[in-house]
Design a protein around this ligand. Structure first.
Ligand code: ATP
Ligand code: MG
Length: 428
C-alpha cells in the first residue's frame, strides 16, 4: 500500500459527444407541455363527466396479443412493431391501445360488470414507420372504448364524445367520414367481389397491394399510393364499392347511427373507401380528418369491433371505440388559456414563506417561492420575468412582526399587511 497522495487528475479538454433522441421521437416540454396537459385534463374531465373510467395497461404486451388482436395481415403487425425477446417470451411495445384494453377487460373479469363498461386510456404507442410530419415512431394516443352494447346509440355516443371534444378545442376544418363494413360474414362476399373487380388491374398495383389482394383484400382500399388509389377510383371498381353488400341488420344499425348524427347536427360524409387499417372492425367505422393536417390528415379513427373480445378468449361482447393522435391534435389546437403565476414570494425567511405558499396553493393559487438567497432586488426582477401578478415580500422584519408586503406588479402599488389579515381576505 502506498500512502503517497494521489496525483491530481487533469480533466480531458475534449467535450463528451452528445447523445440524441431516437429518430421519430420527441421531447415534449416548455410551452408545449403546458398545452398538452391542458388538453389532457380537458379530455379527462369530459370522459369522467360522461361515465368513462381510465384504464392504464402495460406499454408492452405479449406479441401474440397484437398478432391475434390487430391481425397478422396488417402493416402494423407485419412491419411496424418493436418486438423483442426476453427469456422464452416474445414481447412487443404496444402499437395501439385497444388490444391491451381488451386483454385487460377479459383478464380482469370486466365482462361480469354491469353493462356498458366505459373506459378511456392515454399514453405512448410505438410503430416503426418512416418518420415525417404527423408520423412519429413514438406517438401518443387518447382512446375510448365502450363494451357490452351493440346498439346504434352506443356508436353515436362514442362519436359524439370525439366531436364535442374537438369542438371545445376549436379544431378547424374537421370532417367526419363514416362507413358501414358489415359483419365478418357480410365481408366474405365483398372480398370475393372486390378481387374479381380488381383482378384486371392487378399488374398496376404496388407490391403491398398485390400481397393484400391475396391475404386481406379490404386493406387494399387503405393504400396511400396514388397509382393504387387511381385503380380503386376506376368507374367499375367505384360502382362495385358503392353497392351495399352488408346484411339488412347491419344496414338498419347504420341507418340508425346516421339518424342520431343528423339529430345531433353532426355533419358527416359516407365514404365507401373507408375500411381502416386494423382487422377487428365490424359494422360502423369512422375517421375524423382535418384539411389543415396535410398528408397525414386523420386525427381520430375508430369503429365497432364486435368480435375482438371473443377472439381474445373472452365471452361474446360487442364493443365500439376510437383513438386520437395527440401530436396531430396538438398541431390543430390554437391558442389556449395560459396559467398565470398568481404569487411570487420574495424572501430570506423560508419556513414562513413555505407555509404561506402552501396556504395559497391549497386555494389553487399558483405560487412560487424564491429559493436563490439573492438580494430582494434580484428576486423582484425574477418575479417580473416570470410574469407574477403579485409579489409577497417577507424579510426578517416582516416575519418578526407577522406582516408581509404585497406588491401588485402591474401598477407597482405596494402595501404592508398583517399576515393574518392577508390570509383572511383570501378565504373570504
Ligand atoms: P394513418 O392512416 O394516419 O396511418 P392509422 O389508421 O394507422 O392512421 P390508427 O391506428 O387508427 O391510425 O390510430 C389512430 C390515430 O393515431 C390516427 O388517426 C392518428 O391521429 C394517430 N397516429 C397513428 N399512427 C401515428 C404515427 N405514426 N404518428 C403519429 N400519430 C399517429
Ligand atoms: Mg398508419
Amino acid at each position: 500500500m502506498s500512502n503517497s497522495s494521489p496525483q491530481p487528475q487533469t480533466r480531458p479538454k475534449t467535450r463528451k459527444e452528445t447523445l440524441q433522441r431516437p429518430k421519430g421521437t420527441q421531447d415534449i416540454f416548455g410551452a408545449d407541455i403546458e398545452r398538452w396537459e391542458y388538453v389532457e385534463s380537458l379530455c379527462r374531465l369530459q370522459f369522467q363527466n360522461s361515465g368513462y373510467q381510465e384504464i392504464r395497461t402495460p406499454a408492452f404486451e405479449a406479441t401474440e396479443l397484437f398478432e391475434r388482436g390487430v391481425g397478422e395481415a396488417t402493416d402494423i403487425v407485419n412491419k411496424e412493431m418493436y418486438t423483442f425477446e426476453k427469456g422464452e417470451r416474445r414481447l412487443s411495445l404496444r402499437p395501439e391501445g385497444t388490444a391491451g384494453v381488451v386483454r385487460a377487460f377479459v383478464e380482469q373479469g370486466m365482462s361480469r360488470w354491469p353493462k356498458p363498461v366505459k373506459l378511456y386510456y392515454m399514453g405512448p404507442m410505438f410503430r416503426y414507420e418512416r418518420p415525417q410530419a404527423g408520423r412519429q415512431r413514438q406517438f401518443h394516443q387518447v382512446g375510448l372504448e365502450l363494451f357490452g352494447l351493440d346498439t346504434p346509440a352506443a356508436d353515436a355516443e362514442v362519436i359524439l364524445m370525439a366531436m364535442r371534444l374537438f369542438e371545445k378545442l376549436g379544431l378547424p376544418n374537421l370532417s367526419l367520414e363514416i362507413n358501414n363494413i358489415g359483419t365478418t360474414e357480410c365481408r366474405e362476399n365483398f372480398k370475393a367481389g372486390l378481387r374479381t373487380v380488381v383482378q384486371p388491374y392487378l399488374a398496376e398495383l404496388c407490391e403491398d397491394c398485390q400481397t393484400r389482394y391475396n391475404t386481406n383484400p379490404l386493406r387494399m382500399l387503405d393504400c396511400k399510393k396514388e397509382t393504387c388509389k387511381a385503380v380503386y377510383a376506376r368507374p367499375d371498381v367505384k360502382s362495385f364499392l358503392e353497392t351495399d353488400f352488408t346484411s339488412p341488420e347491419s344496414q338498419a344499425h347504420f341507418a340508425e347511427v346516421i339518424r342520431s348524427l343528423e339529430a345531433l347536427k353532426i355533419p358527416y360524409r359516407r365514404n365507401s373507401y373507408l375500411v381502416r387499417g386494423l382487422d377487428y372492425y365490424t359494422k360502423t367505422v369512422f375517421e375524423i380528418t382535418s384539411t389543415n393536417l396535410g398528408a397525414q390528415n386523420a386525427v381520430c379513427g375508430g369503429g365497432r369491433y364486435n368480435r375482438l373480445v371473443e377472439d381474445l378468449g373472452g365471452p361474446e361482447t360487442p364493443a365500439v371505440g376510437w383513438a386520437l393522435g395527440m401530436e396531430r391534435l396538438m398541431s390543430l389546437v390554437g391558442e389556449l388559456p395560459k396559467r398565470e403565476l398568481d404569487y411570487y414570494i420574495v424572501t430570506d425567511q423560508h419556513p414562513v414563506a413555505f407555509e404561506l405558499a402552501e396556504r395559497l396553493r391549497g386555494q389553487d393559487y399558483k405560487t412560487e417561492v424564491d429559493l436563490s438567497g439573492k438580494g430582494f432586488g434580484k428576486q423582484l426582477e425574477r418575479a417580473a420575468k416570470l410574469g407574477a401578478r403579485q409579489t409577497l415580500i417577507i424579510g426578517e422584519a416582516e416575519a418578526q412582526k407577522g406582516e408581509l408586503q404585497l406588491k401588485h406588479m402591474q401598477s407597482g402599488e405596494q402595501k404592508t399587511l398583517l399576515l393574518q389579515d392577508f390570509l383572511s381576505t383570501l378565504s373570504s
